[in-house]
Write a protein that binds this ligand. Structure first.
Ligand code: SAH
Length: 355
């Protein structure tokens, strides 16, 4: 298996010429036979990385209660879509649903949708959520024309980006090529003008790298249009910041940074999320980009952690305390990860985010 995707990409690039980083990233992550997400369950201690919902149930519980409170504040619509994009193992949705059981009418009104491109992960999600009536879609285009409460955790960072290096008045795209030794790596394309990057000539200098993620903008536009038209809100949680500058493309394997070209399809490939691009993608209002630690503290994670701690002792208590720290502490995920909400003009934002 390992060699296959590398051989496939090498042959293709030799025959057709260098490919965009987006093409490379998309193929490595989602190739139907050899793609990273298509061939494995990468989450958890034994996988390549751990995400917030896999660290502690508190994350999903608080996100669920924030969504439910916002649903109440928007008049509790009798039918709405409760969606997650890129749901991984399905843990976050399971925690959202468990925490909101007590919110009168919320479950009866919700139609649960999971937007997931990997069939392997769809199978794992079906197992996690086996007692729940769930619909799957591979694309946000399939979401119903209805009010929408949606969450995306570590989804946008997995979407394919393109990179461009500033060259006086234009840009050279960083393309993936094959060198004389047969190794995959970066090469620079001829300089050209890119209409989308015209405004970036103002805040960059020679040699700076900027990243774009067209698919993230396209997906967000659809979500934002549904929310502005029908009501609802979206919570986007990811690592990144307002505005993108510099090369943030990276590979992670077995919890370590690795070479993104060494074993295509075997490592997780990500890039930081440009929240500004997501905020500008559609018609809704948007919140401030709020650090995850602040967001969770505003939602009451300290009190929830203390309540759970009462029934724990010894090692389980230790690991609960360390999970709390990982989610909130500035040296862990607390400031690196950010939360931004989209919500209709004239409506209240969900609790937890700053405006
Ligand atoms: N939200 C989960 C998993 C994040 S990993 C968690 O927090 O644990 C990224 C997820 O997005 C995986 O489920 C992956 O299969 C999915 N994914 C990646 N690209 C996608 C795309 N273009 N459309 C839909 N899902 C995608």
């Amino acid at each position: 298996m390992t060699g296959n995707l590398k051989d496939l990409l090498t042959r293709r690039i030799r025959a057709e010429g260098p490919i965009t980083l987006a093409d490379y990233m998309g193929t490595c992550l989602l190739h139907p036979q050899h793609g990273y997400y298509a061939t494995r369950d990468p989450f958890g201690q034994s996988g390549d990385f751990i995400t917030a919902p896999e660290i502690s149930q508190m994350f999903g519980e608080l996100v669920g209660l924030a969504l439910a409170q916002n649903w109440l504040e928007q008049g509790s619509p009798a039918r709405f879509t409760l969606a997650e994009v890129g749901p991984g193992r399905g843990t976050l949705m399971a925690d959202i649903l468990r925490a909101t059981k007590g919110v009168t009418g919320f479950h009866d009104a919700a139609q649960v949708y999971l937007v997931e491109a990997s069939e392997t992960l769809q199978g794992i999600q079906a197992e996690t959520l086996k007692d729940i009536n769930v619909q799957w879609a591979s694309d946000v285009n399939a979401l119903p024309d209805a009010p929408l409460w949606l969450v995306a955790n570590e989804f946008f960072d997995a979407l394919p980006i393109r990179q461009f290096q500033r060259a006086d008045t234009g840009w050279c795209e960083r393309l993936v090529h094959v060198d004389e030794q047969g190794q995959l790596g970066f090469g620079l394309a001829q300089k050209s003008a890119f209409a989308d990057l015209e405004n970036r000539l103002e805040d960059t200098k020679l040699g700076d790298v900027v990243e774009t993620c067209a698919i993230a903008t396209a997906i967000t536009r659809i979500i934002s249009e549904l929310i502005e038209t029908h009501g609802g809100c979206a919570l986007f949680i990811d690592y990144g910041d307002w505005h993108s500058l510099s090369d943030t493309f990276q590979a992670v394997k077995a919890h370590q940074i690795s070479d993104p070209f060494e074993e295509p399809g075997q490592a997780d490939l990500t890039a930081h999320v440009d929240f500004e691009a997501l905020a500008m993608a559609g018609p809704t209002a948007y919140s401030r980009v709020t650090p995850q630690g602040v967001f969770l503290e505003r939602l009451g994670i300290v009190q929830r952690a203390q309540a759970l701690a009462q029934n724990l002792s010894g090692e389980t208590l230790e690991s609960h305390i360390s999970a709390f720290r990982r989610l909130t502490h500035p040296d862990e995920m607390g400031t690196l990860f950010k939360v931004m909400a989209l919500y209709p003009h004239g409506a209240k934002p969900p609790p937890g985010v700053g405006v």
